[in-house]
Design a protein. Structure first.
Length: 234
């Protein structure tokens, strides 16, 4: 089944496009509205749309949520650097970047997780033996927008986007730091990784203590009690 979604005012150009698409689409949905970012649809309307077309359509952070995400990671870098007594520049030299769902490759998408950490290795080209280039590992924090947005929605507004994103950012940066320092093997067994998750969660709680407030307390409580915040999605 193939579906195409069009947003925009119903113009002759849009009509021509829709007629062409009808030849190859099982469903054609046209919103006769001013063009908006996909994230601009309400969660209710987006889920309804998924039901109409009969298959999953991912949700992405909107224009308001992207700056909040950037701020969360900037704040997390400061908190992690301060707690582990390293400079922000030293932390950034650990070689990592952050991508949202719209930027991810297929293998970087993972259902049921707020973020997926991928590790890549750069090998010095054999044809450049004398070049001033060293092999290194590189980490990518792959944010799963749809999982995060769905969790916030299912929490009926008692989980806010910004404090949840700050927790995720801090948690993932601690992972990057520990993997980079060799404190845990990235390819460790499932049992070891589960133990590592518990360690990183406790470290994340400690790192966030200086900025604790009501909304962040709720996020921390959800992670630390028998109620698991991931259940909001699952």
């Amino acid at each position: 089944m193939f579906c195409y979604v069009i947003t925009g005012r119903y113009t002759p150009q849009l009509l021509k496009m829709s007629n062409n698409l009808k030849r190859i689409c099982h469903y054609l949905i046209i919103f006769q509205l001013p063009a908006v970012d996909i994230g601009g649809f309400s969660a209710y309307n987006w889920r309804t749309l998924n039901n109409i077309v009969g298959f999953f359509m991912p949700r992405y952070f909107n224009a308001a949520q992207i700056p909040l995400t950037n701020r969360a990671f900037n704040d997390a870098e400061k908190l992690v650097s301060r707690n582990f007594r390293i400079s922000e520049e030293e932390l950034k030299r650990k070689r990592y970047d952050v991508k949202t769902l719209v930027q991810l490759e297929e293998h970087e998408i993972k259902e049921g997780a707020f973020a997926h950490l991928c590790k890549y290795a750069y090998e010095k080209p054999a044809q450049l033996p004398d070049a001033d280039i060293k092999s290194f590992d590189f980490y990518r924090i792959c944010l799963q927008d749809n999982i995060i947005l769905d969790a916030v929605e299912r929490a009926n507004s008692f989980i806010k986007f910004s404090p949840l994103m700050l927790y995720i950012a801090t948690h993932e940066l601690i992972h990057v730091l520990r993997f980079s320092n060799g404190e845990i093997d990235f390819d460790a067994s499932v049992e070891e990784k589960e133990q590592e998750e518990a360690i990183v969660h406790n470290l994340t709680k400690f790192v966030l203590q200086p900025v604790k407030h009501h909304d962040l307390d709720i996020v921390l409580d959800c992670f630390s009690s028998s109620f698991n915040i991931y259940d909001l999605y699952n």
